[in-house]
Write a protein that binds this ligand. Structure first.
Ligand SMILES: [Zn+2]
Length: 490
């Protein structure tokens, strides 16, 4: 037996089976009931939202003698795709004028089996100019027995001369709740058990396209068998996108530069482009904004996810969310034209962190207890730490140094931003430390050119000629608790 894809198997066969698009179903049903069928419809909307299915159902409704029965000859043939009076043209693969010429010649002939001849032209915006011209002549004087359904994902590319002669119906993205309900129905009848969380992830991944979500479910069934877990979905989708976004948010809330850079690195290592990550972050913060504005209904997601978004949004003040959205949106614009997308995104996010003052930790063991330090400004000479005056100067001008380095070397800036000023060592060099796992910053800063820039800037700003060396570790001293380390890094 031939394998039939789940999407084809579950394609809606009548108006009631269509998921979403109630406004369109109602319009078409009314038109049929009142016998006011238009000669040309333009079905516009994102892929996978049911345009072609709706066109076929309309064809059935027009030619069935018994109210879209589904079992008469006409209905059966349309379902099978073998009806002579329903002509489907895929403009994406037939851009040529020939098909439209042929259409013009044959269109005069009366339908063979039913009352109407229905021409469904998919991706109509792909037609050549000549084909559009030929189509236009037909649309200007359509024979009584013909109905055109022009479907497109890009209505702005359909000439106005064409679209103005059509009744336009806009298909909307299908809500996640509706997609999820349909997926559950399909899974049940396929004897497949799917975790609720997994259903939600599949629905969300389709971004409003039923076809994409059902295809994904199809893949998962062949990949996982009769039981599908959320983990398997994450695996198939290539990385836990959602978790990444919460990690980024967590890092921004906690002002953890390291966590921020590392999260981005993980996502990029998992194969995501920086531009895609930026866009995901924008959508995420837009959702946080909507939730913050008490508009959770406008977020297209399931209840669990909304709850999580609400918890996350509670950590922010409204202006802060707007600030982040703006900054990432600006970066996203720039990234389209810049090959250093990752750096731009890193910089944009790091700039959102507060001005961290570097803390000197020459003798970590002498750090005050967490409880007692909470109210104190900063550990300094009182705790017995001897500070080189050059180090004090560098600390004082640290933000100026960062800003100036940024102008000369973005790479240098990003890495330097991650560093902690540890000490001036006995050889008179400024020691910059990086957390374990962040050796790539050390490597970057030690490139001769980058290092030169940093040393030059320090000299310009503080007047002290001083070399830098980098080390990994030393910032997270084993004598310090994780909490103490976290404090130092803030
Ligand atoms: Zn029928």
């Amino acid at each position: 037996m031939n394998y039939i894809s789940l999407y084809r198997k579950w394609r809606s066969q009548n108006f009631d089976e269509i998921v979403g698009q109630r406004h369109i179903v109602q319009t078409l049903k009314n038109a049929i009931a009142m016998d006011r069928i238009g000669h040309a419809y333009l079905f516009s909307g994102p892929r996978g939202t049911g345009k072609t299915s709706m066109a076929r159902i309309l064809a059935k409704a027009l030619n069935c003698k018994d109210n879209l029965c589904g079992s008469c000859d006409s209905c059966k043939k349309i379902t099978e795709g073998s009806a002579i009076d329903v002509i489907e043209i895929d403009a994406a693969s037939n851009r040529g004028i020939d098909e439209i010429r042929e259409l013009r010649e044959k269109i005069r002939y009366l339908p063979v089996e039913g009352k109407y001849k229905i021409y469904i032209i998919d991706e109509v915006h792909m037609l050549t100019q000549e084909a559009f011209n030929a189509l236009l002549k037909t649309l200007e004087e359509p024979p009584e027995h013909v109905v055109f359904v022009l479907a497109t994902t890009e209505s702005n590319r359909v000439p106005v001369t064409i679209s103005s002669r059509c009744q336009r119906l806009d298909f909307e993205r299908i809500s996640q709740a509706e997609v999820k309900a349909r997926l559950l129905e399909i899974a049940k009848s396929e004897a497949t058990e799917v975790e609720d969380k997994a259903l939600e992830l599949i629905a969300r991944a389709g971004e409003g396209s039923m076809r994409d979500s059902v295809s994904l479910l199809d893949q998962l069934i062949s990949f996982s068998g009769s039981k599908i877990t959320a983990d398997q979905v994450v695996l198939l989708l290539g990385g836990a996108n959602e978790e990444l976004l919460f990690k980024v948010s967590n890092a921004l809330v906690g002002e953890h530069a390291g966590e921020l850079v590392l999260s981005l690195k993980e996502a990029i290592d998992a194969g995501k482009s920086a531009l895609q990550i930026a866009r995901d972050i924008i959508v995420f913060y837009r959702n946080l904004l909507l939730v913050k504005l008490s508009l959770p209904d406008t977020v297209d997601a399931g209840g669990d996810y909304i709850k999580r978004l609400e918890d996350e949004a509670a950590k922010y003040e409204l202006p802060r969310i707007k600030e982040i959205l703006k900054a990432v949106a600006v970066a996203e614009q720039e990234m389209k034209w810049n090959s250093q997308g990752r750096i731009l995104l890193e910089v944009a996010l790091l700039e959102l962190l507060g001005n961290r003052s570097p803390v000197t930790v020459t003798k970590p063991v002498s750090m005050p207890e967490i409880g007692s330090s909470a109210e104190q400004p900063k550990p300094n000479t009182d705790t017995g730490i001897v500070t080189d005056s050059r180090l004090t100067k560098i600390k004082k001008h640290w933000n100026d140094i960062l800003t100036s380095v940024k102008k000369k070397s973005l790479f240098g800036y990003v890495s330097l931003h991650e560093g902690q000023l540890l000490e001036i060592n006995p050889q008179g060099k400024l020691v910059i430390g990086f957390k374990k796992g962040f050796g790539f910053h050390k490597d970057r800063l030690e490139e001769q050119k980058v290092k030169g820039v940093v040393e030059e800037v320090i000299s310009e700003i503080t007047g002290d000629k001083i070399g830098i060396i980098c080390q990994v570790g030393g910032t997270d001293h084993p004598h310090l608790s994780a909490q103490a380390v976290a404090e130092i890094f803030q």
